[in-house]
Design a protein around this ligand. Structure first.
Ligand SMILES: [Zn+2]
Length: 76
C-alpha cells in the first residue's frame, strides 16, 4: 500500500523547492512510502505542499493531461 507522510524539519531551511524550483523556506517534506519502504521524498515550499495535499485528498482534479511529444496545437 502506498502512503504519503509529512515530516517536519526541526529547523526550516532555505532550499530549492523540488516542485517549483523557487528558493523558499522549506519547513516540511513529503515522504512517499510503498509497503514499508520509503520510495522517495520531496522538499516542497508551503504553496506546493498545500497544492499537492489537495490533489492527494482529491480536492483538485487533473483538468488535462499534457502530451509533450505531440507538439503543436490540437483543436480536436
Ligand atoms: Zn514550490
Amino acid at each position: 500500500m502506498n502512503k504519503v507522510e509529512i515530516q517536519p524539519f526541526q529547523l526550516a531551511k532555505k532550499h530549492k523547492c523540488n516542485c517549483c524550483d523557487r528558493l523558499e523556506r522549506i519547513e516540511r517534506r513529503l515522504v512517499l512510502w510503498h509497503e514499508n519502504q520509503v520510495v522517495g521524498d520531496l522538499e516542497l515550499c508551503e504553496q506546493c505542499l498545500m497544492a499537492m495535499l489537495n490533489i492527494i485528498n482529491g480536492q483538485e482534479e487533473i483538468i488535462e493531461e499534457w502530451e509533450f511529444q505531440k507538439g503543436g496545437m490540437s483543436n480536436g
